[in-house]
Each structure stands twice: as C-alpha cells, then as structure tokens.
Write a protein that binds this ligand. Structure first.
Ligand code: GAP
Length: 599
C-alpha cells in the first residue's frame, strides 16, 4: 500500500506530466482506456531520445550487433514454439460481488474475521439462494458491514430482501481470498493468457486467429538465420530490436509502469555453447569477481557474457542519468527462473511506488531483465518450424580433431546430456530425445551447434517513467521580484532531455533582440532540439523550461547587441538549469559548447 508521501509525490509527477505534455491518458475525451497511454510533445521527444541512446549504444557503437525491425503480427505457430500460447498467463481472481479482476499475486494479505453464509431467503421464502458466500470483516468494523456485503451478493442472485442463512464466523490471518476493497470472497485463481488476439483476413475463424506480439524477442529468433546470412556476422554477435509489444495485463497499474501496450528494446546476443568454447580454447574463462569483466575475450562462456551484459546495461542507465544508487541488481532465485534459463538478473529502479523492505528502503521494480536463456529459443523454433537453426563454426571444426580423446568424450557427453534434457523436458519421447541429442553431439564434433543466447530486455516506457521520477525535484529560486518561491525542475541528464536548449530574447517588444534571438535559434536548430520563447517575464520563462527539463537557457539581451561596449557584443547568457548559474558565451562558440554537454 502506497504511503501518503509517496502518493502525493506520484500525484505531483502525474499532474506535471499532463500539464507539461509528457503523458496523456489514451482516448481521454472518451473517458480513457485502462492500460493505454499517449505521449505528448515532451514525452515523445523523451522516448525518442531513450530509444536513440539505446540504439546507439547497442548497435551504432558496436561492430558485433545489428538491428532488425519486424512485424508486430507474426505466424501464430511462433507463440506455440515460444511457449506463450500455453504458459504466458497470470493467475487471476474475480470479486464475486463487483466482478473486479485482480492478479492473484497482487492481492494484499489481510487479517480479520470471516463471516460465512450458507445461503439466503427473502422474507416470504418464495425466492432463495443456496450459494455459499463469505465476507472478510477487517478489525474494528461492525458485523453489520459484512452482512450488508453478503445481502448485496444474494440480491444479485434474485433474493431481493435477503435474509441471511447459516451465519458463522472464523478468524483469518494473512488471507488473500478476499477483495481488499469490500471484503467479498474472490473466485478461485485461474490462469488468464495475456496475449491480445486478433484475426488476420476477413474471416473471424480459429484458423485466422493471430496475436499482437507480447515481446519483440521472438522475431529476432525466427529471423536469426536470415540476419546471419546477410550481415556477415559470426558467433558471437547480436541482433537488436525496438518495437511495440502488447499484453492484456489483468491489472494495469502504477501509472504507465504496467501498461497493455508498451515498447521494448531487446537484444539477443548469440554465443557459442560452453562445450564449443572449451574445445577451441582448452578451457572456459569464469568470472573472477563482481563488476565489469572488461573487453570480451574469445574464451568467455555464458557466465562471463552474462556478467558483461549486466554491467553494460548498468553503465547505460548511469550514462543517461540514473545513478547506480537508484538501481538494484536482483538475481532471480532458482525457483523463479524459467526451466531453460541459467541465470537472470533483473535491473530494478527504485520507483516512489516500489515496496519497502524491513529497513524502510525502496526495493525497486523491474526496468529490465538480463537473461541467459541457453539454446532454448532457437531450439524451439527449429523443432516447430522444421528448419535448422544450427550454425557452422569453422574454428570449432578445425579445433575438434586436436582435442584429447578423453576431453572429446567429456564434451560430447555434456553436450548430449543437455540437449537430451531439453528435448525430453519440452515433450519429445525419451527415445526420440536420445536419438536427436546423439545427432546434435555428433554435429558438435563437425563444427555445428545451436547458439546460446544472452538477452537484455528493457521497456522504453518503464525507463521513461524512471527518468521522469528521477528527474522530478523541488527547490527554491527567486521569482522576478527576488522573492524565494518553490521551483519544480525536471533534472533530466542533457543526453536524454526532451528539449536541449531554450532561446529567449530578453524583451519581446524589441525587434533587435527578437531578430538576434531568432538567428541564434536557427544556428542551434540543426544540431539539437531548440525551443524559442518570448512570452512573459524572463524568470517565468526560465521556470517553464525548468519544468520541461530543458538543461540550458540562452538569453539575448542588450549586451548581445553591443550596447554596453564591444567586448560583450555577440555574446549571450547561458543559464544552466540545475545550478541556475549563468555564464557569458560567444554566439560563435555556443553550438560546440552545448554539443559537448549534450552528447
Ligand atoms: N523477451 C523477454 C521479455 O519480454 P519481460 O520481463 O516480460 O521479458 C521485458 O519484459 C521488459 O519489458 C520488462 O523489464 C519491462 O521493462 C517491459 N515490460 C514488460 N511488461 C510490461 C508492461 N505491461 N508495461 C510496460 N512495460 C513492460
């Protein structure tokens, strides 16, 4: 349950986001649509900057990652292969009274007394219900309120003047069987598939059923072979993608944090199986401690690659302004991991609405997961499509004959066993699994394997919300008359700020100032998102840009025109949002000075 301070802070953030045009409710004039959001002018720029920064760091600045842009609707068999059709579900419960739906794991545990009823009659006894029902009465509430809820339940079943039958009570502790909002009993939990369905073509039949993708990752796996062929990459290498994903979340909540339509930024980084690394290099390097393991090395196995990507991702977040102290590195426990995953690190951000631990510290909510997914995904698509997902590795083929016989046997056995375990676990018969795994192990000796994958998977919208929460600050600043007032500033890192610089003529009724300011604006515009504002007192204009998160303000005043002497001619005041410090900068040096700070 959010405390009052958190709720107040979130209210302020939500209100600023609407007022300044970061985020609007989708379809607002029709009452909104739960779980869907629109980004206004500043929000659109912020999201674009996030995606550009990610794309730049993932692919433009690397030689070993290429991009992909796949369709949102794909062949429905993909979701069978990936497991989404059968297992991509949350347990849900419904309130028996209001029909409101909850995710079973999100119902708060409660204490109280449960009032049980075996049915109800209406005074004249010609209508009755024998449905049993119960209500949780929280401590301090009168029994009559439980009875009121029970009567409403039976009234909905046609017993108008419900007289309750068979009342008995029992104390309850930490129960999650009751609606925290009204005490009504909830239904038993049942799975609810989160994929949004649609039909492709004019006929709404089972055969034409398809899904809006619940993640962008699967497209990367199914296009793996095509990309490998055209990109002249070889293992290890990655394919990254940014795009929309859709999930019919039972309870969209915490503003944009859990939405039904959102964007993901995903990288699938394909690596050699450890057995291949060992055959080529004699051994597999293991992590020597926490922290960034440095430049990738050919003898890295999955553990070092996983550690590398976890650290790369933390470094990315720090570069765009999320301090390491605002982030949490959460290692999923063995029982939380998917059966095929070897390790998953969730990168959490301490959102104001995150739960707190025993010490009162924010525990954080997931921004990104970095998963070591073995060769599960490509293997699944190989089985379901019948198309080989194996790669040929010349280095492995050359190295294998030189490996000692004992080592060969050990590596083959290990590879065979992992392949067999995967195949049997995913439904192959023991006999078929054994046969296929034997062929796979023979393939390894000839230089063939299905690559393993490390997957850093992040959400654009969650990151935008984290950056917004992180940027929100209140301090004191003088108003136009020198009186101190509360100043709200969005302290975005200049790299990510929606607008980089605002240009102001000191006075709007002085054509020379306006002309010069327009000139400065045009000088900056080709290099960065620049904004022009001439309306109102200069202090007010600064304040508006502080709220919009613009890191720099440039004011053109009479000194710029040379009215106080030639030494200040063609200089401007450059104001920095966070410190509010002002410096005098030559117009000719303005663009490089700003570029150095926003890149
Ligand atoms: N391919 C792996 C995958 O999709 P995930 O943990 O389900 O993993 C990855 O999703 C990221 O996508 C999350 O860390 C989160 O940032 C974002 N995400 C997932 N569901 C979301 C939702 N309902 N609303 C907003 N972002 C979501």
């Amino acid at each position: 349950m959010a405390d009052a301070k958190t709720a107040e802070l979130m209210e302020k953030i939500v209100s600023l986001c609407k007022r300044r045009g970061f985020i609007f409710q989708s379809s607002e004039i029709y009452g909104g649509l739960n779980g869907f959001w629109d980004y206004g002018p500043l929000g659109a720029e912020l999201k674009r900057n996030i995606k550009d920064a990610w794309w730049r760091s993932m692919t433009l600045l690397r030689e070993d990652v290429v991009g992909l842009e796949a369709s949102i609707i794909m062949h429905p068999r993909i979701w069978e292969a990936s497991g989404h059709t059968s297992t991509f579900s949350d347990l849900m419960v419904d309130c028996l009274l209001t029909k409101k739906r909850f995710r079973a794991d999100q119902v708060e545990p409660q204490n109280g007394v449960v009032y049980f009823y075996s049915g109800a009659t209406d005074g004249g006894a010609d209508k009755e219900s024998k449905d049993s029902f119960s209500v949780l009465l929280p401590p301090g509430k009168p029994p009559e309120s439980a009875r009121k809820v029970a009567r409403q339940f039976y009234q909905q079943r046609g017993v108008e003047n419900a007289v309750l039958v068979g009342e008995r009570t029992e104390p309850a502790q930490n129960t999650i069987r009751y609606n925290p909002e009204n005490g009504s009993l909830l239904t038993d939990p049942r799975p609810f598939n989160l994929m949004l369905k649609t039909y492709v073509g004019p006929v709404e039949s089972e055969d034409n059923k398809s899904y809006l993708r619940p993640e962008t990752a699967q497209a990367i796996f199914v296009q793996f072979k095509n990309v490998l062929e055209v990109s002249r990459q070889k293992i290890p290498f990655g394919i990254c993608q940014i795009g929309k994903a859709f999930r019919n979340e039972i309870n969209p909540r915490n503003y944009t944090f859990r939405s039904r339509e959102f964007e993901q930024m995903e990288l699938e980084y394909f690596i050699r199986p450890d057995e291949a690394v060992e055959a080529i290099h004699g051994s597999v390097a293991k992590p020597s401690g926490p922290g960034h393991p440095g430049e990738p090395q050919p003898n890295w196995g999955w553990q070092l690659w996983h550690q590398y990507w976890v650290e790369e991702r933390f470094a990315f977040y720090e570069r765009i302004g999320l301090p390491r102290t605002s982030l949490v590195e959460y290692w999923q426990k063995q029982d939380e991991l998917a059966h095929y995953a070897r390790a998953t690190v969730d990168i959490l951000y301490k959102f104001p609405f995150s739960k707190r631990d025993d010490k009162g510290e924010l525990m954080g909510e997931e921004l990104e997961g970095v998963a070591a997914r073995s060769d599960f995904d490509l293997s699944q698509h190989q089985r379901f499509s019948g198309k080989s997902m194996a790669v040929f590795d010349e280095e492995l083929k050359t190295a294998w004959p030189k490996v000692a016989e004992e080592k060969k046997a050990e590596l083959s056995k290990r590879y065979f066993e992992t392949r067999r375990n995967y195949l049997v676990k995913t439904g192959e018969s023991a006999e078929k699994g054994e046969k296929q795994a034997r062929e796979d192990a023979d393939g390894l000796a000839k230089g063939y394997y299905i690559p393993h994958v490390i997957e850093p998977s992040a959400g654009v919208d969650r990151l935008a919300l984290a950056l917004i929460c992180n940027a929100y600050s209140e301090d004191e600043a003088p108003d136009d008359k020198g009186k101190m007032e509360t100043r709200v500033a969005m302290r975005f890192h200049p790299r990510i700020a929606p607008t980089k610089v605002a240009v102001f003529p000191l006075l709007k009724n002085k054509p020379e100032l306006v002309k010069k300011a327009r000139e400065v604006l045009e000088l900056l515009r080709p290099h960065m998102n620049a904004f022009y504002d001439e309306a109102g007192a200069i202090g007010r204009r600064y304040r508006r840009q502080d709220e919009a998160g613009t890191p720099f303000g440039v004011t053109i005043d009479f000194d710029t025109l040379g009215e106080k002497g030639p030494e200040l001619k063609d200089t401007v005041t450059l104001r920095e949002r966070d410190t509010m410090k002002q410096e005098r900068v030559k117009i000719s040096e303005l663009a490089p000075a700003l570029l150095a700070r926003i890149r």
